[in-house]
Design a protein around this ligand. Structure first.
Ligand code: ATP
Ligand code: MG
Length: 379
């Protein structure tokens, strides 16, 4: 088993001559459970690699602690941590066969030959390096990018580490290969029942692979939750905008009470979108009467009112269709209300020729999220 507990981790890189220090990771605390597939995701420079390298022992920790199965490993050398790291640049030994590339680390540790053969063959079988073609005697230059990446994975697997650390291992592959290898990684996680920590800036990879996602921005953790919770209940505006494509619509507006109704009114226009809140949402917004809030609504929760049998008038508004993008199974419709640009995902493969027309759109307000305009935090 392998449980990794990270507490209040901080990393400061000293600035070069005359430059200020760089805080790469600040106050990161999270636990990677035994057998969990945990994905660190966030934009470039947010501190993902730095965090992973501190776990691996390749980077000094400025402050905070890392425990592996209860043992403090802050000062344990990388080779003594029993963690296997797979990088984006997997750098196979070009002069060695696939077999030796996988066997080499075990040979250095004087693992018995039979044992090495068994481990390499098991890994090769798991990774599809034996069938349909046996690739074990080939040199890396005679492999495709995806096959090379699988050999790099094999090299980590044969070590039978306590946990796997992956830093963007698929980003050198083309789009098709990336999707295939992603599915393979999921299968592998299932087969090995191993603890895995995976870094990516690709939110689709994060959503599809993770048991839980850690969203980072500017060195700080924004949210830790299972993929669908991150998607449906983002902790703040950053997470709401980063996870999901096309991105979540956001509309700034004010909350007022009208009789027993709670109304959200778009700001900054004489012809605002007005939405009447019900149930839990009304009760939530009642606490913000007279205040400004930001409404967040996923594109799939915005419907062309013509597609609904009984559109809720309290959730329906007018908007002009600007752009229509057919993407295959559905169509993305870019709308303009008088103050905001919005996107609706409508379930039509054949786009209608509505460009320039003003139409009715209906929000599924049961799925709406609200955020504080100052802090960006979810209400
Ligand atoms: N050796 C270093 N010295 C100084 N600053 C560094 C060093 N390594 C990284 N940084 C800075 O620390 C921040 C975090 O870097 P990190 O490599 O962890 O980002 P990342 O999230 O992995 O980004 P990417 O998605 O681009 O790989 C960045 O601002 C980066 O410029
Ligand atoms: Mg990185």
């Amino acid at each position: 088993m392998a449980e990794i507990v990270i507490d209040n981790l901080r990393k400061v890189y000293p600035g070069a001559k005359g430059q200020p220090d760089k805080v790469a990771v600040e106050g990161a605390s999270f636990t990677i459970h035994d057998k969990e597939f945990l994905v660190l995701v966030g934009p470039s420079g947010c501190g993902k690699t730095t965090t992973l390298r501190m776990i691996a022992g390749l980077e000094d920790i400025t402050s905070g602690s890392i425990r592996l199965d209860g043992r403090l490993i802050n000062d344990v050398a990388p080779k003594d941590r029993d963690l296997a790291m797979v990088f984006q640049n997997y750098a196979l030994y070009p002069h060695m066969t696939v077999y030796r590339n996988m066997a080499y680390a075990l040979e250095l540790r004087r693992v018995p030959k039979d044992d090495i053969r068994r481990r390499v063959e098991n890994a090769a079988k798991l990774l599809g390096l034996l069938e349909p073609d046996n690739l074990l005697e080939r040199k890396p230059k005679a492999l495709s990018g995806g096959q090379r990446q699988r050999v790099a994975l094999g090299r980590a697997i044969v070590r039978e580490p306590k946990a796997f650390l992956f830093d963007e291992p698929l980003s050198n592959l083309d789009a098709k290969m990336r999707v295939e290898t992603r599915a393979e990684l999921s299968r592998l996680h299932h087969a090995l029942q191993a603890t895995m920590v995976y870094v990516t800036h690709d939110q689709v990879e994060a959503m599809t692979l993770a048991d839980r996602i850690v969203v980072m921005n500017g060195g700080r953790i924004q949210q830790i939750a299972p993929p669908l919770e991150v998607y449906h209940r983002p902790a703040n505006l950053f997470v709401a905008g980063f996870i999901g494509s096309p991105r979540m619509n956001t509309i700034t507006g004010t909350v007022t009470g009208e009789g027993d109704r709670v109304i959200f009114t778009e700001k900054g226009t004489d012809h605002p979108i007005r939405l009447a809140m019900r149930g839990d949402l009304a009760r939530l917004l009642e606490k913000h009467l007279g205040q400004e809030v930001i409404l967040g609504l996923r594109p799939e929760h915005l419907a062309d009112a013509r597609d609904l049998t009984d559109p809720d008038p309290g959730a329906t508004f007018e908007a002009r269709v600007d752009v229509v993008e057919p993407v295959g199974a559905e169509t993305w419709v870019y709308l303009r209300s008088s103050a905001h640009q919005l996107i609706a995902r409508v379930p039509h493969a054949e786009p209608r020729t509505d460009i320039g027309h003003t139409l009715h759109f209906t929000a599924d307000l049961s799925r709406a999220r609200f955020f504080h305009p100052g802090t960006g935090e979810s209400l």
